[in-house]
Design a protein around this ligand. Sequence first.
Ligand code: NAD
Ligand code: TDX
Length: 353
Amino acid sequence: RFDGLTIFVTGGAGFIGSAVIRLLLGGTGARVVNIDKLTYAANLDSLPGAAGHPRYAFEKQCICEGTGLRELFDKYQPDAVMNLAAESHVDRSIEGPAEFIQTNVVGTFTLLQEALRYWRTLTPQKRPQFRFLHVSTDEVFGSLGPEGLFSETMAYAPNSPYSASKASSDHLVRAWRETYELPTLVTNCSNNYGPYQFPEKLIPHMIIGGLAGEPLPVYGDGKNVRDWLFVEDHARALTLTLAHGKAGDTYNVGGRSERTNLDVVERICDLLDEIAPGPTGARRNLISFVTDRPGHDRRYAMDASKIERELGWRPEESFESGLAKTVGWFCDHRKWWQDILDRGYQRTRIGLA
Ligand code: NAD
Ligand code: TDX
């Protein structure tokens, strides 16, 4: 249960990183160092109870800056690194790819270099126990037709600047293992959803827009398919992989919950109508089909049988219950997202307000 171990979590103020930290602090004995640059997507309010926790420290730090990282490795002497710091929104990557190359590629490279430098200072006994877990996405595999699943052995075929930058970082992690023997692991996960997700992503965007009675923009024909996973199930998969995964391996993580975007948005509308009746009546009327995302991948679906078989991981939350919980959470935590809207964030999708 990681008792006495020190774990670096980069991107710990983001959506998935904060779920990992809540799990590590609440369910294990690990000491956690949250390393985050605090971009627009970060929110320390997603870590209630962390500040002041005896096993938690926060360090405002960009993963592209080697000197700062070096000081943190020397200061905390970590047993593991979980790399979740990234630019994560596909639409933003289309409008401004530079930041994605910088953080996702150069940042991962810099973090690998500093982890390697530090790892080489460890005793030969401690070196094999060190872990560098890199958190990646199913989008590196490209787009599927109506049949089939992504497996760990499939060739990468990224289609967006975001997925290309993630694919590059995955390859760097692999190379640092093969060339320098740094004990790395890579996980590739499908679409996450749940509490504390930044409002620009599909599910929170539709919940918040639906509550406000605003148009709900569905890209293209709404028939693109995503494989949804509740964020807490992903966080468990990551801690399991860190604890029991085989160094050098990659693990696919997915929820076996394929849905078209239109199905997801309609279900959100119906849930909102049930629990938060609004002045607009049936919220499905708010659905508005808009210009498609350029290079929009048609279908993602993960074969997660390796992590299920080898590490005993299973998703616990069904999509139906997880979505209902998520809609309920956003209705009950308006201040969390209203503060984000009040701070103002640039909704960058081409053609959308
Ligand atoms: P997010 O955008 O919510 O959070 C990213 C966090 O990283 C933010 O707190 C941000 O401040 C931080 N960050 C960004 N650039 C940084 C830098 N240069 N230095 C330090 N910190 C920096 O992202 P998320 O949805 O939580 O995704 C986390 C990771 O999981 C990403 O690597 C993403 O590619 C991957 N992933 C996400 C999903 C998903 O559905 N959200 C699915 C599979 C994989
Ligand atoms: O307003 C919208 N309307 C819409 O139709 C938004 C924001 C999205 N969409 C569509 C595009 C996608 O097909 O919904 C789907 C999901 O969109 P996003 O929430 O932007 O996620 P996606 O592009 O699938 O990428 C996500 O999953 C994989 C995360 O953002 C990535 O970080 C992760 O790697």
